[in-house]
Write a protein that binds this ligand. Structure first.
Ligand SMILES: [Zn+2]
Length: 123
């Protein structure tokens, strides 16, 4: 029902917030709570551990996008520190909040592609 189990497929489906197994069912109910079992294919999505990897990816991506912009704006306009803080702190927080579900989805897809299951799982 699911086609091939590849990393690209899993990460792509997860990143688009869809079940990595079928690409149809929605991955989350709420912000980060996995919708399990999948509403479309019935796969138990809670067997895939994402743990600390989504926040790590979120910080990695947000940092690599926002830090150069911060340094560029600081170098170009030399705004006062309070202006920099007023711009970049909320923007960084917002970027992390927005990115986290996509990173968690991609991580679940990566685990699905590699059949990486929680320790407590039976296999
Ligand atoms: Zn599914």
């Amino acid at each position: 029902m699911a086609g091939e189990r590849s990393i690209l497929t899993g990460v792509k489906r997860g990143f688009t917030l869809r079940c990595p197994n079928c690409g149809e069912g929605r991955l989350f109910r709420g912000y980060l709570k996995l919708r399990s079992p999948c509403e479309s294919c019935g796969l138990d999505l809670t067997v895939y551990p994402s743990d600390d990897f989504p926040p790590y990816l979120t910080i990695l991506v947000a940092g690599h996008v926002l830090l150069p912009l911060f340094l560029w704006s600081d170098h170009t306009w030399e705004p006062p520190l309070w202006v920099q803080a007023a711009i970049w702190l909320p923007l960084t927080a917002l970027a992390c909040v927005v990115l986290l579900p996509f990173m968690k989805g991609a991580t679940v897809g990566l685990c699905w592609a590699n059949n990486l299951l929680r320790q407590s799982s039976s296999t």
